[in-house]
Write a protein that binds this ligand. Structure first.
Ligand code: C2O
Ligand code: CU
Ligand code: CU
Length: 427
């Protein structure tokens, strides 16, 4: 519903049978019966009000990932909606346009809840983008990626921290789909809503030729300028906006969005979806050389380090840590002065396991990766950064919006459920 001042949504969380694998019913946890969830469309500067009704038999919490919201509307781990209860979240949308998403965050249950379906898109459009001429309308297509394991009865199998067997790749809730595209430009918004899987994606026509795409946005909005990139690297929680010009291909060409990273057999996890190029159509869209103005980075006054680690596979342990401690909801790990700008050095100490690092409330900028400047495609606003084993990233963050206690965590959410999460207090 749309009124003069705000947009209203009412969403019911319920257990429903949904069609994921053709011709079968899968029991899922859904927002409004849809897998993956209904899309909430919001506009920068205009309030969105979402009433969430919990018709499930367990507590839930709805977090707007990437959103800049007061603690009471952030959907924290302990701030849950009881079974049968409801909750109204108000989002002011005072931030640049971006591809955001909502997902469950109830402490210790978030990983299984998200896996079973409690995840949805939140598209924040910014009037500042209107004049850019980027592909829009039906040429602006969200692609929510995730993996899943199904048993012989098409039911989802959830085993904590088991990425190897989640070998069915779903795009917008369907396995390995194809899309008929016109031979013109499209904007795609990728979201990785997997619990653990990292995608390294490239557009492929089956030959060895590379087909670079133009990345235009990151987690928190548009890049300053488009970045041509041969691969799109997307870890859980991250988003990438990119443009493909299909008019470069002859009608009838089939392109796959190929995934070059495991785990799992290449014939299953190596292909994400296919694009079948059709006839050339009129296209007045464009990708301008300047997309957004990113503010100059203020001078930081505080430096901190964070080390991510977990009990190594095979060690028998099943705990995960930030700076040697597992999550404790009663502990504040980091005290931050409101208004300050800080530099955080985050290191993945695991020998074999990739991690990433997500902050609530603030979008950050990546200053360095292992002492080198960040890749052009990650120079925009980020709220989640991937760290392969041994990698270090330097992030700059300014805490000048809402006060209160917010978490930061690994967004491989099986890991955060194992304790790789901590809390900061901004006061
Ligand atoms: Cu999507 Cu606490 O995160
Ligand atoms: Cu978040
Ligand atoms: Cu992790």
């Amino acid at each position: 519903r749309r009124t003069g001042t705000a947009d209203f949504y009412r969403i019911t969380m319920r257990r429903t049978g949904v069609e994921i694998l053709p011709g079968t019913r899968t029991d899922a946890l859904t927002y409004n019966g849809s897998f993956t969830g209904p899309t909430i469309r919001a506009r920068t500067g205009r309030t969105t009000v979402v009433q969430q009704i919990n018709a499930l038999d367990m507590p839930t919490s709805v977090h707007l990932h990437g959103g800049n919201n007061p603690v009471a509307h952030d959907g924290g781990m302990m701030d849950t909606i009881a079974p049968g209860g409801k909750r109204t979240y108000v989002y002011e949308n005072e931030q640049p346009g971006a591809t955001l998403w909502t997902h469950d965050h109830a402490h210790h249950m978030e990983s299984e809840h998200v896996y079973r379906g409690l995840s949805g898109l939140y598209l924040l459009r910014d009037p500042a983008e209107d004049g850019l001429g980027l592909p829009a309308g039906k040429y602006d297509v969200p692609l929510v990626l995730r993996d899943a394991q199904f048993d012989g009865n098409a039911q989802l199998v959830y085993t904590m921290d088991d990425a190897e067997n989640r070998t069915t790749i779903l795009v917008n809730g369907r396995p390995w789909p194809y899309m008929k595209v016109e031979a013109r430009k499209y904007r795609f918004r990728l979201v990785n809503s997997c619990n653990l899987r990292i995608f390294v994606l490239a557009l492929s026509d089956g030959s060895a030729t590379q087909h670079p795409v133009r990345q235009i946005g990151t987690d928190g909005g548009l890049l300053a300028a488009p970045a041509e990139t041969p691969v799109l690297v997307l870890s859980p929680g991250e988003r990438i906006d990119f443009v493909v010009d299909f008019s470069k291909y002859a009608p009838g060409t089939r392109l796959t969005l190929a995934n070059m990273l495991g785990p799992g057999p290449t014939e299953l996890v190596g292909q994400v979806m296919r694009f079948d190029v059709g006839e050339r159509t009129a296209d007045s869209s464009r990708v301008p050389d300047t997309l957004a103005t990113l503010p100059a980075l203020p001078k930081p006054t505080v430096e901190r380090s964070f080390e991510l680690s977990m009990d190594e596979p095979g060690s028998g342990g099943h705990q995960a840590y930030i700076n040697g401690r597992t999550f404790d909801p009663d502990r504040i790990d980091t005290h931050i002065e409101w208004g300050s700008t800080e530099v955080w050095t985050v290191t993945n100490k695991s020998a074999t396991v990739p991690h990433n690092f997500h902050t609530h409330l603030v979008q950050f900028r990546i200053l360095e990766r292992d002492g080198q400047p960040p890749y052009p495609a990650e120079t925009g606003w980020k709220d989640t950064v991937l760290l392969f084993p041994g990698q270090t990233a330097k992030l700059q963050l300014t805490f000048d919006s809402h006060r209160g206690v917010y978490p930061y965590h690994c967004h491989m959410i099986d890991h955060s459920a194992m304790g790789m999460m901590a809390q900061m207090k901004i006061a």
